[in-house]
Design a protein. Sequence first.
Length: 133
Amino acid sequence: MHDTMIKAFQKIRQYRYGGPGSLYAWLSRMAIHLAIDRMRKEGKLKTNSLDERIPDVEDPAMEEVRSIPLSVLLGMISSLPESKRLVFNMFCVDGFSHREIAKQLGITEKTSSSTLSKAKKMLSAMIKDYMKE
């Protein structure tokens, strides 16, 4: 957040008001880009091979998911491997397309889609395990 605010103050002249929420969107994109750049620089941004196999898991019912406390769901998401968590958050939370994700992370659209699918399967398995407890 600190780096985002410094960069925002440095680039404030480039900001153009586009209606309600435009400042939030501008700052969010800046924060996302800074986080991705930092992960690249530190060598933490890695993708897994498409050959990696994750067993098929049936998606949990929405009623099951709604019964899980938000803090538990967020914990499940944060426990995903870094590359899967990044793609999951960019697609599901930030609303990026696979094309945008691929461009920002330096991967192919297919890799982005595959990584998202694997992240969803892992989350589904975690939810099933949680529901068994």
